[in-house]
Design a protein around this ligand. Structure first.
Ligand SMILES: CSCCC(=O)C(=O)COP(=O)(O)O
Ligand SMILES: [Mg+2]
Length: 237
């Protein structure tokens, strides 16, 4: 069998791949829930907030109390639905901007993103992001990291979420992502994720894909370890 081609695009998941799951569950989610009541109280009818409110099903957007109850329920179950993800990005914005929120990237992540970008092979390796978090939330996260420099967005060529690509466990989403950059065959994309179902969907779309095993991630089954390459750090690439 021919050796896989060196990737020209590295497509990265966020939670459990570039930063710990605990940052999302124990820092970002509580921040959003804490900001929610005041936002609903003071911004319910504001033009800035209306698009986020109106994206929810009407029965849940009927009153601040109904919306708060629904958001709390969705977040307690970590439901990755696009209107919730958009609202979370809106709620996190002030926290990132005032310095309360800073994304704790694993130590290998920022240096490797820079080295992919600068790879001396006539254009480097493009780095793109695909996360259930909204594109707006992704940009906030990569603009406010613990790296030096903190803003990694200049090194990121494109951002995908469940709105512009589709659900992460569906093969069609990876086909759609690859078709946006159609000069690069799917076989020259490498998708890295903690989620085995996402890795399987990317592989079915013809991408290379490895499972990333980080501290705090859910344990991997023996089957997953047999079926997929598992890496613990981007330095293994
Ligand atoms: C980029 S926003 C924070 C992460 C988030 O809300 C999320 O759902 C992450 O899911 P992922 O697809 O990156 O595992
Ligand atoms: Mg993930």
């Amino acid at each position: 069998m021919a050796a896989p081609k060196r990737p020209r695009v590295v497509l990265l998941d966020i939670e459990g791949t570039v930063c710990p799951i605990s940052f999302v569950k124990d820092v970002l989610f509580p921040y959003a829930l804490q900001a929610l009541p005041e936002t609903l109280k003071t911004q319910w009818d504001s033009p800035a907030f209306a698009p986020y409110r109106n994206a929810f099903p009407p029965e849940h957007a009927a009153s601040p109390a109904a919306l708060e109850e629904h958001v709390r329920d969705l977040m307690s179950r970590d439901v990755k639905i696009s209107y919730l993800k958009s609202l979370q990005g809106y709620l996190w914005e002030s926290g990132y901007k005032n310095g309360e929120l800073k994304a704790p990237l694993f130590p290998d992540v920022a240096p490797k993103i820079a080295s992919w970008r600068n790879a001396d092979d006539g254009g480097g390796v493009q780095v793109m992001i695909y996360s259930s978090g909204s594109v707006a939330a992704q940009k906030l996260l990569f603009r406010h990291t613990n790296g030096e420099p903190a803003d990694l967005t200049p090194d990121i060529a494109d951002f995908f979420d469940t709105v512009n690509a589709g659900p992460k466990t569906e093969t069609s989403s990876y086909q759609k992502i690859a078709s946006k950059h159609a000069t690069i065959p799917a076989s020259e994309w490498l998708f890295l994720s903690d989620n085995v179902l996402e890795v399987e969907a990317a592989k079915k779309a013809g991408m290379q894909s490895f499972v990333v095993e980080r501290p705090g991630n859910a344990p991997l089954s023996e089957g997953a370890r047999r079926e997929h390459r598992v890496i613990k750090s981007f330095d293994e690439l």
